[in-house]
Ligand binder design. Structure first.
Ligand code: ATP
Ligand code: MG
Length: 292
């Protein structure tokens, strides 16, 4: 199975991750200028493009990138920047919002399972089955809509869901899906700034939603839910990375570097043509050249 690449933001597998100690800002000595950061991101993206072509050609692995975050942390922008220029045919992005009644009539992994990347593809989940232990944990009344026949005590229910997620991800990893999970860790102060700019700037007004402010009121509950879920499900084959999100440039570059390093670790190569097939190339060339 694929094993996580190291990073200062890799969440350890032993349950010791603490949201309160996780950085929301770049390291103090980070001083990559705007231009240099842009150049480096472009270089990373260019290499990702090449890696994606190899992934597709080799057709053994698939890559699943999961993004979770509080509102306005920058999921959309990060996905857009990191995957810009990737051949759209080799990449699928899905956003998961409030589930439909049909989705609620299935187990909680059903809707995302239908959207997993095929071999050779990159799949991106903008929110995911993790909502089932995050927003649903903060608002357990949502469980009513799920019509579960049995409902164990809450603590047991979340534990069972972590177990289902672990099993699910291990199964995927065994079958060739490389799973990388990113929690974009924005501070409460920075979120407030971003909400205010959504109110102030007409071009950003459309992004503002009153429910975002309501959810912000549950900040502590969300942080507890994130901490527990991330601790319970960060594993070598499906690691979580807690990425500082207060500086968008740094966040995007950090995510791009981790994705690129994961690709490089796979050592993807274009399939080689065997000697028999190569011998036939000459025949084919002759056929083409002598076409009338
Ligand atoms: P953006 O605001 O950037 O457009 P978003 O992902 O925040 O993107 P919204 O439509 O604002 O999209 O919010 C989607 C909402 O759906 C979130 O509040 C999320 O918590 C909620 N949601 C996602 N999955 C589930 C789920 N399984 N059960 C209940 N709520 C969910
Ligand atoms: Mg939103």
């Amino acid at each position: 199975m694929f094993e996580a690449i190291d990073s200062p933001y890799l969440v350890p597998y032993d349950g010791t991750f603490r949201v309160g100690r996780a950085a929301t800002a770049p390291p103090a000595d980070y001083d990559l200028g705007k231009k240099a950061a842009r150049r480096e991101l472009e270089a990373c993206v260019e290499q990702l493009r090449d890696q994606q072509r190899r992934l597709y050609a080799q057709n053994n692995w698939s890559m699943l990138l999961v993004f979770q975050a509080m509102d306005a942390a920058g999921k959309d922008g990060t996905i857009r920047h990191v995957l810009s220029g990737i051949n759209p045919a080799g990449c699928q992005i899905y956003s998961f919002k409030q589930p439909s009644s049909m989705e609620l009539d299935h187990d909680f992994l059903w809707r995302t399972t239908k959207s997993l990347p095929e071999r050779g593809r990159i799949g991106v989940f903008n929110r995911s089955y993790y909502e089932e232990v995050l927003v649903v944990r903060v608002h357990p009344e949502y469980l009513k809509g799920q019509n579960l026949p049995l409902q164990p005590p809450f603590s047991e229910l979340w534990r069972q869901r972590y177990e289902s997620i672990l099993d699910h991800e291990k199964h995927l990893a065994r079958n060739g899906t490389v799973i990388l999970k990113f929690w974009l860790n924005v501070s409460r102060e920075e979120q407030k700034k971003r909400f205010l700019s959504r109110l102030d700037e007409p071009a950003k007004n459309w992004k503002f939603s009153t429910s975002d402010v309501r959810e912000r009121g549950h900040w502590k509950d969300y942080m507890r839910a994130y901490e527990d879920a991330i601790n319970a499900t960060s594993r070598a084959w499906a690691p979580w990375y807690a990425i500082p999100a207060d500086n968008k440039r740094y966040m995007r570059l950090t995510v791009a570097r981790i994705v690129l390093a994961a690709f490089e670790k796979l050592q993807l190569a274009y399939p080689e043509v065997d000697t028999q097939t190569r011998a036939r190339f000459d025949e084919m060339r002759a056929l083409l050249e002598n076409e009338k």
